[in-house]
Structure formats: C-alpha cells, structure tokens
Design a protein around this ligand. Sequence first.
Ligand code: G
Ligand code: G
Ligand code: MN
Ligand code: NA
Length: 253
Amino acid sequence: IELEGELRKAIERSELLLHYQPQIRTGDSLMVGVEALVRWNHPAKGLLAPGVFIPIAEETGMIYDIGTWVLREACRQMREWHRGGGPLIPVSVNLSAQQFHQPNLVGYIRNILEDTGLDPQYLELEITESMMMDAAVSAEILNELSQFGIRISLDDFGTGYSSLGYLKLLPIDKLKIDRSFITDITMNESDKAIVSTIIAMAHHLKMDVIAEGIETKDQLDILTANKCEEIQGYYFSRPLSATDVEAAFFAPM
Ligand code: G
Ligand code: G
Ligand code: MN
Ligand code: NA
C-alpha cells in the first residue's frame, strides 16, 4: 500500500530509470539491439526491479503513465545515441497487456516517435503470447503497428497457452526464446530439442529469433550450433545503465 502511494509520485520525482541489456549477434559478437528494462530508484529501498512494482502499476492503472514514460525515455535515448555517432540499433520495449489494448495505440506511439525524432524502424515492441488470445483483436493492432514500421517481438516464447496458428496470421518479426528453455539446455535433451525446433521454425517463417538468459559458454555454443543468430544474457552482459552501455559497447569516439 505504501509502495503504491510512492509509485504514484515516482515519475514526477524522477525516480524511474531505464537499464539496457545488449542483444548480441552470435556471428561477430556485435551488439545489434538493446532491451529497455525499467528500474525504480526508491529513496529508501534503493534500486527496485520491475517484478516488484510493475504488477502494482498494472493493478492500479499506473501502468499507462509508467509505460508512456518508458517508451518516451527509450526512444529519446536511442535518438541521442544515433545522433551522437553510436550504433544504429533498435530498442525493444516491453508492453503490458493493458497498454497493448489501449485505444489508438498506434497514434499514441506515433506521437512519441515524432516528439523524440526516432524512426519507427528503431522501435521494437515486446508482447507476449497471452496478448494474442483474441486473434482478431490482436491482428488489427499488430497490423497497424507493423504497417507504421514498428517491429514486433514475441517475448517469453514457448511458455504461453496459445496455439501456433497465430504465427502465420500475425506480422511478428521476432521470437524470443524464453530463458526457462535455456537454463538446463546443456543437460536436458528435451530443452535442446524444443530450442532447436523453435529456431528452425522461426527461420522457415522468415522471422528473427533470439535466445534469452544465456549465462555460459556451453549454452552459447549450443545456440550457435543450432544457428540462433542473436542472444541476450548475462554471459555477454547484464542490463546496464545507458552510460555503462556506452562505455562497454560503443566504439571509442
Ligand atoms: O529486470 P527483471 O528481470 O526484473 O524484469 C522482470 C520483468 O519485468 C520482465 O519480464 C520484463 O518483461 C518486465 N519489464 C521490464 N521493464 C518493463 C517495462 O518497461 N514495462 C513492462 N510492462 N514490463 C517491464
Ligand atoms: O520477461 P523478459 O524477457 O522481459 O525479462 C527479461 C529479464 O531477464 C530481465 O529482467 C533480465 O534482467 C533477465 N535476464 C536477462 N538475461 C539473463 C540471464 O542471463 N540470466 C538470468 N537469470 N536472467 C536474465
Ligand atoms: Mn522482455
Ligand atoms: Na522473456
């Protein structure tokens, strides 16, 4: 309850910030994208992870304001990097179901892109399979976003309850293989089979594919052997502040 009241004031008090986790191309270890992950720098409790406050935001409706702040800040930071000679990479932003269903999502995102000057091709929205349950509704939203030039990725892929049928109907650009399939992949033949099948399916469907939660070289080697082009995980980098991303991943300027 206390946290809820404090969260209401967190935006105006500038207590929210974004960390960025690099997405790495296995072929040449280049950073080819970043996922924006929100943090709350709480005055007493320190840096809080989204798992602690995003559920509160979703229950109370604060997710709209927080989500708007996240989108603006992610687009602003990308534009700043692009202008400053940083790599021309996209940013992925996680969307809650409520945001996904908010009226005129495309118009709202178009405003943010216009205000920040970021080209739509550099914004990727992460949605989950559970948001695809109503195929007709999600098709309408996704087609509009896609026609505007925004990329769509399916987060936590493989953990939802939806059918695979929507993959052929919807303009999905990228599958993000959930970390739960990666954790034991060096020992578990089922995980290995599932992951290699998802990668092959993505290729057949002409979608990009990224594996999440790579922590070790052995895991990376299995993904590389199965032709997964991109990975995200602690093995290459934890989520970092913008300054730390620049220091660790930008070419010297
Ligand atoms: O960083 P961490 O592992 O604590 O993130 C936990 C979850 O929080 C992830 O599933 C991620 O998708 C979610 N998350 C992170 N940033 C955002 C955000 O800006 N908006 C929403 N809706 N979820 C986020
Ligand atoms: O659900 P979503 O994919 O948005 O969540 C991403 C979360 O996964 C981030 O909060 C990030 O901190 C976490 N994460 C990213 N890479 C790794 C990893 O290699 N290992 C573990 N345990 N968590 C990771
Ligand atoms: Mn995500
Ligand atoms: Na995920």
